[in-house]
Design a protein around this ligand. Structure first.
Ligand SMILES: N[C@@H](CCC(=O)N[C@@H](CS(=O)(=O)O)C(=O)NCC(=O)O)C(=O)O
Length: 218
């Protein structure tokens, strides 16, 4: 096993999925915490898209794996046990669909977050409303999935999968970055599912925290 490094950011919901998966699969790694929005970040050295998470294999090939859903797929393919995917094809595809929605909520909220950082008079309310609408639609979909799972601890097949990790990551980030968002009130069962999931040790020890962005981003 090479000594792996995960380039992460303290609030990152995308990186948190990978942190949880690496721990659940007992794969040791060093956490390298960065502010990807500052010029100090190392991400451009490894990812042409200049985003984290980036998993550095630090081996002779000096391979960098990036894009969180791809890192999750890569880990599951290379280190299938313990598995973080349902055993059946439809279950696997559903878990990936849940990740698409969870990541999509994050994508929309990141866009809304930076729109709000634009100078007065430069912000587009219509753009922000569009992003918040996508996030609310995604949250409603996740709430429906949780309702359909009938209050079970895990979304699919009675065990932890990618679906739970993706949902836990977005809801943990929402709680940190959008504390006034009313999703907990609007979707109480989704919140109950999240609160229980977030007690799992690999969730409890990867909870997001705020970062200070120094550079002017927008
Ligand atoms: N689709 C990517 C999104 C990753 C992403 O947006 N990362 C942010 C940091 S965080 O939002 O996760 O904290 C980033 O590196 N942004 C820098 C940039 O977009 O230039 C993934 O899933 O890995």
């Amino acid at each position: 096993m090479a000594n792996w490094t995960l380039i992460s950011a303290s609030p990152s919901p995308y990186a948190r999925k990978v942190r949880i998966a690496l721990q659940e699969k007992n794969l040791p790694f060093t956490l390298q915490v960065e502010v990807p929005w500052d010029s100090t970040t190392k991400t451009p050295q490894y990812n042409p898209l200049e985003k984290l998470p980036v998993l550095l294999l630090n081996d002779e090939a000096n391979i960098a794996i990036y894009e969180s859903h791809y890192i999750m797929e890569w880990l599951e393919a290379k280190y299938p046990s313990p598995s973080l995917m349902p055993p059946d094809l439809d279950g696997k595809l559903f878990a990936k669909k849940v990740e698409v929605i969870a990541d999509g909520i994050c994508d929309a909220l990141v866009l809304a977050f930076f729109e709000k950082k634009r100078e007065e008079g430069m912000r587009s309310e219509a753009w922000t409303e569009r992003q918040m609408r996508k996030a609310d639609g995604g949250l409603a979909a996740l709430a429906t999935f949780v309702e359909q799972a009938g209050g079970s601890e895990f979304l699919i097949g009675g065990k932890l999968t990618l679906a739970d990790i993706a949902i836990g990551a977005v809801l943990g980030w929402l709680s940190l970055r959008w504390p006034d968002h009313q999703w907990k009130t609007k979707h109480p069962r989704l919140n109950e599912y999240f609160e229980r999931l977030d007690q799992r040790p690999t969730f409890a020890n990867t909870r997001p925290s705020a970062q200070t962005i120094t550079d002017k981003v927008v």
